[in-house]
Design a binder for this molecule. Structure first.
Ligand SMILES: NC(=O)c1ccc[n+]([C@@H]2O[C@H](COP(=O)([O-])OP(=O)(O)OC[C@H]3O[C@@H](n4cnc5c(N)ncnc54)[C@H](O)[C@@H]3O)[C@@H](O)[C@H]2O)c1
Length: 265
């Protein structure tokens, strides 16, 4: 049985994770963490998630509960996840990070810390998105002369843009075409931009309402367009992917893994 810790327990993903964990006999909730000073600290994680009392108090002290026999599911934010990764690495606890919004420096630090324990970092836990990334990579190779644009829409409260998934899709196009993504990417356009440079990869972020997350990759050629679209209809798909990842990660050797390792993609 995987002993799971939910970091960000009062958040949207955290509450869904808690509710899924209690439904699955293969998992148990070993702990729940929230940010210092947040109202939910000290409350019962089950009550916060709306699934009744579980006798697991939400703590603000992750270091006190991270042990080698636990797997942490971290859906907080990039800064908090990096702090948790450092603690997990020091304690030998396994950690699945779903948070997005890592800067290049933060990614470098995460790559340095991750191999010291069992770490899985995935900006999107859904099987559909991970199949999309593979299809996009194939399409980018097959449609060499086509212009690639990535478009995403998320709910109005998302704090980072573009989404980690949009970046992963853009990177998949760049890698398939032997390009440096940072050099090829343009994030939004405005004013007299001039003609579209060859090889540019556009990444556009829309925000509004309660959209869980839709991603479209457009390959535009002369007289035709291919559009590959994925729509996330509920956070349960993402949360259950994270639980699958946790169960898989528990039994791996130290190292940095991705969700594609779990799905065999
Ligand atoms: N990988 C995926 O499939 C996937 C899916 C959905 C969301 N996300 C990402 O996960 C993150 C969380 O998303 P959300 O919609 O649940 O956000 P949210 O704002 O609803 O929840 C985040 C929670 O983390 C808590 N938090 C902040 N700092 C903390 C700390 N130091 N320790 C413990 N808890 C802390 C906040 O108080 C909040 O309750 C975002 O980065 C989002 O982009 C990833």
């Amino acid at each position: 049985m995987a002993r799971l810790i939910v970091a960000g327990a009062a958040g949207r993903m955290g509450r869904i994770l808690t509710s899924l964990i209690v439904q699955q006999p293969a998992h148990s909730l070993a702990g729940a963490v929230e940010a210092k000073g947040v109202k939910a600290v000290g409350s019962d994680a089950g009550e916060v998630a709306g699934v009744g009392t579980l006798n697991v108090r939400i703590t603000e002290d992750y270091a006190a509960i991270a042990t080698p026999d636990t797997v942490t599911l971290d859906f907080t934010n990039a800064t908090a996840s990096l702090e948790h990764l450092a603690i997990a690495a020091a304690k030998g606890a396994a950690i699945v990070i779903g948070s997005t919004g890592f800067t290049a420096e933060m990614e470098a630090r995460a790559r340095e810390l991750a191999p010291r324990t069992r770490t899985l970092i995935a900006p999107n836990m859904s099987i559909g998105i991970n199949v999309l990334i593979r299809l996009v990579s194939e399409a980018a190779k097959l449609l060499g002369g086509f212009d690639a644009e990535v478009l995403e829409i998320h709910h109005r409260t998302k704090i980072d843009a573009p989404s980690g998934t949009a970046l992963a899709l853009g990177r998949a196009v760049a890698a398939a075409r032997g390009q440096d993504f940072q050099k090829a990417a343009v994030f939004g356009r405005e004013g007299i931009t001039g003609a579209r440079p060859e090889g540019q990869i556009g990444v556009m972020a829309l925000r509004g309402g309660d959209a869980v997350g839709d991603h479209t990759v457009i390959f535009a050629g002369q007289g035709e367009r291919l559009e590959l679209i994925h729509r996330t209809q509920s956070r349960e798909a993402l949360a259950s992917g994270a639980l699958k990842a946790a169960a898989w990660l528990e039994h791996q050797a130290n190292g940095l893994y991705s969700i594609r390792d779990v799905l065999g993609l």
